[in-house]
Design a protein around this ligand. Structure first.
Ligand code: SF4
Length: 325
């Protein structure tokens, strides 16, 4: 028998009435193995399929550099305070274009170009032009870079970028060297320039009050991203946060489901329904070794596509124009 209060919250969510902050907090305190949690996760799946017209997406990310980053986020292996590297360390432009071409030909649905805040903005614009020349016009490009002004957001848009990943992180300004206002201003500038927003509630780990996570969920929903979710801390050895305890994937998936109930169908992709998967190349801030072999990347994308289809998502062969216009 499911607790009637939880049943009411979930049933209302399915009908379009989002849970209140207090109800979100009540859901967050449920035992992750309970029948109530299973009911929340079922509802998140229903809402996520409704929000995305049952569409699954494969996103590819290319890390452009591993230059020590002056923003010094405590969780990041590329932060200046967490690395013994010195000087610029950038993936050659030609290699970035080669990865992008592999991803494009394999039929991913978006390519993210990720760089540290140390990456020169003019260089980034040149990379966008190079990548645009190597891939089909219908392939969306996303910038995941440092904070930018409205003018720079406009330049990105003109250069051929459709979306931006940017997050106002939990603990921003405390575990990172960035004032929260700067992160929020970048998000506002990007959206004003016509770039779609991907963002997340991140990084979550067990030291963070549930109230803070709930508040950030509501903030993200108010920003109207096209894709979002809950990002668990990767406690990378050697970083300042190596000893923090991340939430388990099961718990994080549950929090993402609660966020989906709160978002309803307002966020098309991600957020508690499992319709977005990722493949990576180049550098990354989590200290992982990535494959550079095109054959491996292609087979990995084919595997991700199969996995989505087995989860009964419709996976288009190419990105659909309506996603970013
Ligand atoms: S998370 Fe991004 S902004 Fe923060 S240190 Fe790493 S690369 Fe720099």
């Amino acid at each position: 028998m499911i607790d009637s209060h939880v049943e009411t919250i979930v049933d209302r969510s399915i009908e379009g009435q989002a849970p209140s902050r207090e109800e979100i907090l009540a859901l967050m305190k449920l035992e992750v193995g309970s029948a109530e949690v299973a009911y929340v996760r079922w509802a998140a799946d229903v809402l996520g399929r409704r929000a995305s017209s049952n569409t699954g997406q494969i996103y590819a990310q290319i890390g452009l550099d591993a230059t020590p980053c002056p923003e010094n986020c405590a969780f990041c292996s590329l932060a200046a305070r967490n690395t013994s590297n010195e000087g610029r360390a950038e993936v050659p432009d030609g290699e970035i274009a080669r990865y992008a071409k592999v991803f494009d030909e394999a039929g991913v649905h978006l390519i993210s170009l990720m760089a540290t805040a140390a990456y020169n903005f003019e260089h980034f614009l040149r990379i966008v032009a190079t990548v645009r020349g190597a891939i089909a016009d219908d392939m969306p490009l996303m910038a995941n870079i440092g904070d930018i002004t409205f003018n720079q957001a406009q330049q990105l848009k003109t250069a051929g970028i459709q979306a931006i990943y940017h997050a106002h992180r939990l603990g921003e300004g405390t575990i990172t060297g960035i004032a929260p206002e700067r992160r929020l201003a970048t998000i506002a500038s990007a959206q004003k320039a016509g770039l779609a927003l991907m963002t997340a509630v991140e990084p979550i780990y067990q030291g963070i009050p549930l109230e803070d996570i709930a508040d950030r969920m509501l903030e993200v929903i108010s920003q109207k991203p096209y894709c979002s979710g809950v990002g668990v801390l990767t406690a990378v050895p050697g970083t300042t946060m190596a000893n923090e305890t991340p939430y388990t994937r099961r718990q994080a998936a549950y929090f993402a489901s609660i966020m989906r109930l709160a978002a309803g169908t307002s966020i098309p992709f991600g957020t508690g329904c499992g319709n977005v998967v990722w493949v990576d190349a180049g550098t990354n801030p989590r200290g992982r070794d990535l494959s550079t072999d095109p054959g491996y990347l292609q087979s990995d994308i084919a595997r991700l596509r199969r996995d989505l289809i087995r989860q009964e998502w419709d996976v288009p062969a190419r990105p659909l124009p309506r996603w970013f216009h």
